[in-house]
Design a binder for this molecule. Structure first.
Ligand code: MG
Length: 251
């Protein structure tokens, strides 16, 4: 990992095409980054799918992470019946899934994520929450679990966007809320669709594997750098932020 970070911080003088990145804001995903919640989401989705008679596996819901809830419901209906369902019905079903999610278990804060967000704060880097989730049960906890990290006006949730990830809209909105350009933002993600959304918005994207999806899938989705755990990322971040710039090659 040392080598990979050094690669980003030492090559720009010699390598044409590398751009200076002056980070002013971090756009931070929620599920699977701030909370160890994905295992509960996948179980809740599977239970809903089973009850509706829609064939699905628990594992596939890791891959859909980042889409809006109604987007996932429409995907399931389209796949089984060749057509989606109306918006009101999709919302009603998403509320049932949200209830199952609550019933299944207590969501824990992601270990080491507090060190990560505090390292950003100490360097004066703005933090914006950017999530496809509309689940009040977790969103309401953010201020309590991460005190002083996310201002109320620095949050993008499912309620704020028309298009979920992998569409760039959530991260473009996050950039606007930060008052920064894409070149000034890093995106912190754990899911391939979220990584694609961050890249489509033009940002430098850091992938972290915190679930069963392997690092190769993060790189395939376009991640600029991948860490193998939140602990590893939290350990590396202060060093990464101490360098005057870190750099990347435009894809
Ligand atoms: Mg996530």
């Amino acid at each position: 990992m040392e080598y990979r970070i050094n690669k980003y911080t030492t090559q720009h003088e010699q390598t044409p095409g590398l751009e200076v990145l002056n980070i002013r804001a971090a756009l931070i995903d929620m599920d699977g980054v701030l909370y160890d919640s994905m295992k509960y989401h996948t179980q809740a989705w599977k239970r809903l799918a089973d009850e509706l008679g829609l064939p699905a596996t628990e594992e596939e819901f890791y891959v859909y992470e980042g889409m809006t809830g109604t987007g996932i419901i429409n995907l399931l209906f389209n796949r089984t019946y060749g057509k989606g369902i109306d918006d009101a019905e999709a919302k009603r079903l998403y509320e049932i899934k949200a209830r199952y999610f609550l019933e299944i278990g207590k969501v824990e804060v992601m270990p080491h994520a507090d060190r990560m967000v505090n390292a950003l704060r100490e360097k004066g880097i703005a933090r914006v929450l950017v999530t496809g989730s509309g689940q009040a049960s977790i969103l309401e906890r953010v201020s309590r679990d991460y005190p002083g990290i996310f201002d109320e006006d620095k949050r993008v949730t499912a309620h704020d966007v028309k298009n979920g990830k992998p569409h760039p809209e959530p991260y473009l909105q996050g950039m606007r809320k930060a008052g920064c350009t894409a070149e000034q933002c890093i995106v912190i993600e754990n899911a391939p669709l979220g990584i694609r959304a961050g890249k489509a918005a033009g940002c430098f994207v850091i992938g972290i594997t915190t679930g069963p999806i392997p690092r190769e899938k993060m790189l395939e989705a376009g991640a600029d750098i991948v860490f193998d755990s939140m602990e590893q990322f939290a350990d590396a971040l202060p060093q990464l932020l101490e360098t005057p710039y870190f750099h990347y090659k435009y894809h």
